[in-house]
Design a protein around this ligand. Sequence first.
Ligand code: ZN
Length: 306
Amino acid sequence: MLLVGEMMARTWGRKIMIMLAVVSAAGLMFAVAACAPESEDDNRLGVVVTILPQVEFVENVGGDRVKVTVMVPPGASPHTYEPKPAQLKALAEATLYAKVGSGVEFELVWMEKLLATSKEMVVMDCSKGVELQEMVAEDEDEHHGAMDPHIWLSPANARIMVRNICDGLAEVDPDNRHYYEQNRDAYLQQLAEIDREIRDGLAAVKNRRFMVYHPAFGYFAREYNLIMIPLEIEGKEPTAAGLTQLIEQAKAHDIRVIFAEPQFDPKSAEVVAEAIGGEVVLIDPLARDYTGNLRLILSQMLPAME
Ligand code: ZN
């Protein structure tokens, strides 16, 4: 009996010890959390952006001085995405909103509401100084007057956006202007490099037409003297007649690859690809790794356009 009693006492003792340990650990965690909720984040500038390539731009300029939050998450389209309530919290804590500024629907529809959540947030326009061009229409020579928001897909425009971001960061955090400018210049070099790679890579390409589902590559096409033929026009799937015409066009121009974007249903791209005995290749207009993604797109376009 004594033995059992002793064991029971020991067991209870252990249990109490464990309980105490758990309680104190929880208490400690609570204390740490209460004292410094995001200790290493405390000094960083909260910057909000609309699309993922801007995360790359802001992080390259802002380095460890910034904490970037993106509004349109991976896989979503900035033409249709609606912000979640939890995202408003990030806005309330942000110092700067770097908007694309070129007429992206997310910003046209939500910007006013987003800004109402944080009165002190400074808004800067990444498109300042970028020359907007019209959307490509059904007939490649005809334009419908709507401006094309996809400015970031030309490295030349990305360079302007990065300069604007640097100015915006320096405006809200003038003490670190020099740091931002140094980072900006280093990243501008990377953008100049990828621009050169694409220019050189596409220089000898003879078939300069490419078909793509969503017309996101208009600025890219203009920059590198290519002709983009989109399947989707003004946000609408091609009609049956439209598809027939696209298939004829693809055949006439010896197009063998139909590009499509991961944010959209590739069905009509598959229909055209099948009709021409070609294939669908996905290219992402919204990848976060901007330079790496453009390099990937170049490697996908080259064999398609030989
Ligand atoms: Zn788009």
